[in-house]
Structure formats: structure tokens, C-alpha cells
Design a protein around this ligand. Structure first.
Ligand SMILES: Nc1ncnc2c1ncn2[C@@H]1O[C@H](COP(=O)(O)OP(=O)(O)OP(=O)(O)O)[C@@H](O)[C@H]1O
Ligand SMILES: [Mg+2]
Length: 388
């Protein structure tokens, strides 16, 4: 298999079109030193049929030919989806009339050479075009390789989640059964071991869920539709109610949040991670309060005003050091302040990816021991234009 990093040089083919045999021979002689397969055609029609069978990196095209001249042939090539990208070097006698015709070809990759052809100039022009074509082909190879590996990753994530979740569920279920039904047969140490097994299995289940949502945000294109942020945040808060009750925390939504053009599932993940962190990283002596508000237009960066809404998610938790802030978005990165708090370090990496996917921005400010504020800008409010 051809892997990224060990790419083979794609095969290059070039076509020379001229109605005079001696010109074709002369060109071939000059160009034979290039690592490129040379094809020749002595008429426009012959050239057309060759372009249908071969993928040419470049055509060297004589302008003056009987029947179909070089410009007519170029016109036909440009009108065909399969051949319109092929760069052309026109070979012509230097005269002003023709130079003005060349202007019509400015949009495509076009150059020209004047007769008598200087071999050095010919070689260097051809080299540039071939080099460009090679880079283009390499990029296409990388692109399709990336698409393939993205697909494999998606499949891998699905298989892993399925195959790992099942045995984990069995471990969790059996350890619970042991504790509930057979604890009489276990001494204190035995019970502690079983509880530890159940806890570890629970942590692993959470890790798999986090990994999956991170992988999915990376692999799937966002499905943009009407996303009602007010409703989404209420849903997130409802789903966090047990956690909030445990710590006596509160989430205050201070403004009515808008309906925007976004992927609702990803918006849920985004708020779940940010609000979840605000609750989780609370000071031991202080119940968490997470405040969600709309940032005033004056505080939205100028280049984004009118195209974005800005939302502030602020907590009164443990905070973090300024130096640490740039690291919190790396996958699996947890700061020292997270010691003693459960987590996998994937939440904010997922949030960042979601914001990027929506062409938004993300800013953080924090004071150690006092709290943290995240400000995200997201696409502007949903309008009829979004629907078309
Ligand atoms: N609101 C916050 N207050 C203080 N520290 C925070 C806050 N949010 C994030 N952090 C720090 O940033 C790190 C990365 O956060 P992130 O949400 O990515 O991971 P996590 O919460 O550790 O795990 P999980 O994958 O379960 O979300 C955290 O481990 C913590 O150190
Ligand atoms: Mg988190």
C-alpha cells in the first residue's frame, strides 16, 4: 500500500501537437531528458483523441495548423470537464495579433513560446508546469489518503465502542450483583475490591464515551439547522441536575439565548462540557454557580460583530494560572488543578473542535482561586437565508 510519507512520484505524461513532423522530432529531442512520457499528435483531431485516453500534465501546442488550429483545439479542451484543467503552452510566431488572442486564455494555466524555440526556455517552462502538476497530484493523493484514514478511524471508533462497551457492561453488572446479592459472603476487603472494580469500569465507560464523541466531532461534518440554544442549555442543565443536587450547585441563565444556525448535537456537547467543567471544578468550600449570559455587542470582536453571537459561561470555581490556559484545549491534557477531580481531558478539545467547525472563536480568562470565564462566538442568529 502507498502510505503518506512514502509517496511514489506520479507518472507524468505530456503531449506535443504540431502538424510538421520535423518540429515534433525537434521538440522530442529537446524534451527527452525530462522524466516524462512524451506523446505526439500531428493534428487537432489526433490530439483530442489522445486527451480522451490519457491524463496529460501539459500540452505543447502549435498555433498554426491546417483544419483545426491551436486556439480552436484549446477552446474544445477548455469546454470539456475532463480536459479543461490541462495546462497549455502555445507555440507560435511572435506577432502582436496572436498575443492579444492569448489574453483570452488568462483564466486557465497557459503560457506561450515564440518561434524559433529556444531549447533552454522550452525546457525551463515545461519543467515548471510538470513540477506544478506533480505537486497537484501529490496533494490529491494525500487528500484521498486522508479521507480513507478518516473513514477507517470512524469504523475503528465504532468497533471499539461496541466491543469494549459490552464486556465493560458485564463487569459493571456482575460487580453490582456481587455487592447487592452476595455481599454476605464477602469480608470488608472483598467488598472494597468489588466496589473498586465497579468504579474503574464506570470510569472506563466514561472514557470510551468521551473518546467516541471526540472522534465523531473530528470525523463527521456538522449538520447545520436551527439550533435553539436556550432549549439546548435547559436540556444540559436538566441532565446535570443530579450532579448539581449533590454539590448544591446552580446554573443561572441570565439572558434568553438565541436560535442560531448550528449543529444541535454539537451545541449540546459544547454546553455540557463547559457547564460540566464549571460545576466540577468548584472550590471545596464554595457551592458552584455557573452563569450564562450574552456578551454585549460592544465586547464582540469587531470583525465578528453582526455575524456572530457571543456567549459567556462563567464559574466561581478553582480557576487556573494564566500560563496553563493555552494547554487546556489539547486532548488528554489535564492541569495540576484537576488532581482529585474525575475526567479524561477530552472535554475542551471537543469544545474547541466544535467551535472551529462552526467558524467561531473561543476565549478564556481565569483567576486562580476565584473562577473562570469562557466566551464563545458562534454563527449569527438563524434567518431565512440560512435555510436556502
Ligand atoms: N472551569 C474550569 N475551571 C478550572 N479548571 C478548568 C476548567 N475547565 C477546564 N479546566 C482545566 O482544564 C483541563 C482540561 O479540561 P477538559 O474539560 O478538557 O478535561 P477534563 O474536565 O479534565 O475531563 P473531561 O474529558 O471529562 O472533560 C481540566 O483538566 C482542568 O485542569
Ligand atoms: Mg471537562
Amino acid at each position: 500500500m502507498n502510505r503518506i510519507g512514502e509517496r511514489r512520484t506520479p507518472e507524468l505524461k505530456m503531449l506535443i501537437v504540431d502538424d510538421r513532423k520535423e518540429n515534433l522530432i525537434a521538440m522530442q529531442r529537446i524534451l527527452q531528458s525530462l522524466e516524462c512520457e512524451l506523446f505526439v499528435a500531428s493534428s487537432g483531431n489526433e490530439a483530442l483523441s489522445l486527451t480522451l485516453r490519457h491524463d496529460f500534465a501539459l500540452i505543447l501546442l502549435d498555433v498554426h495548423m491546417p483544419e483545426m488550429d491551436g486556439f480552436e483545439l484549446a477552446e474544445i479542451l477548455r469546454s470539456n470537464e475532463e480536459t479543461k484543467q490541462i495546462p497549455i503552452i502555445f507555440v507560435t510566431a511572435s506577432n502582436k495579433e496572436e498575443q492579444s488572442v492569448f489574453k483570452g486564455y488568462e483564466s486557465g494555466a497557459v503560457d506561450y513560446l515564440f518561434k524559433p524555440v529556444n531549447p533552454d526556455i522550452l525546457l525551463s517552462k515545461v519543467r515548471v508546469f510538470l513540477e506544478l502538476n506533480m505537486r497537484k497530484k501529490e496533494l490529491e493523493c494525500i487528500q484521498s489518503e486522508l479521507e480513507r484514514s478518516n473513514e477507517s478511524l470512524k469504523e475503528f471508533a465504532q468497533v471499539v465502542s461496541h466491543d469494549l462497551r459490552n464486556p465493560l457492561n458485564v463487569i459493571s453488572g456482575l460487580s453490582e450483583l456481587l455487592l447487592v446479592r452476595h455481599s454476605a459472603g464477602l469480608n470488608e476487603k472483598g467488598k472494597a475490591y468489588v466496589s473498586q472494580i465497579a468504579e474503574t469500569a464506570g470510569r472506563m465507560t466514561a472514557l470510551i464515551a468521551d473518546l467516541l464523541s471526540y472522534a465523531q466531532v473530528n470525523a463527521k461534518a456538522a449538520v447545520v439547522s436551527e439550533a435553539d440554544l436556550d432549549e439546548i442549555v435547559r436540556l444540559v442543565v436538566a441532565d446535570l441536575s443530579a450532579t448539581l443536587e449533590q454539590c448544591g450547585g446552580e446554573v443561572q441563565v441570565l439572558d434568553k439565548l438565541p436560535v442560531i444556525a448550528a449543529d444541535s448535537t454539537q451545541m449540546y456537547q459544547l454546553f455540557q462540557n463547559l457547564i460540566g467543567n464549571g460545576i466540577k471544578y468548584h472550590r471545596p468550600d464554595c457551592a458552584p454557580i455557573v452563569r450564562i449570559s450574552l456578551q454585549a455587542p460592544a465586547d464582540v470582536p469587531e470583525e465578528r460583530s453582526g455575524v456572530s453571537v457571543a456567549i459567556r459561561i462563567e464559574d466561581n470555581g478553582i480557576g487556573m494560572k494564566d500560563d496553563d490556559i493555552p494547554h487546556i484545549f489539547s486532548a488528554f491534557r489535564r492541569l495540576d488543578n484537576a488532581r482529585g477531580y474525575e475526567g479524561t481531558g477530552l472535554g475542551l478539545a471537543t469544545v474547541q473542535k466544535i467551535v472551529e467547525t462552526h467558524r467561531g472563536t473561543l476565549a478564556v480568562s481565569s483567576t486562580l482561586g476565584q473562577g473562570t470565564a469562557f466566551v464563545i462566538t458562534l454563527p449569527a442568529e438563524w434567518s431565512q437565508d440560512n435555510a436556502s
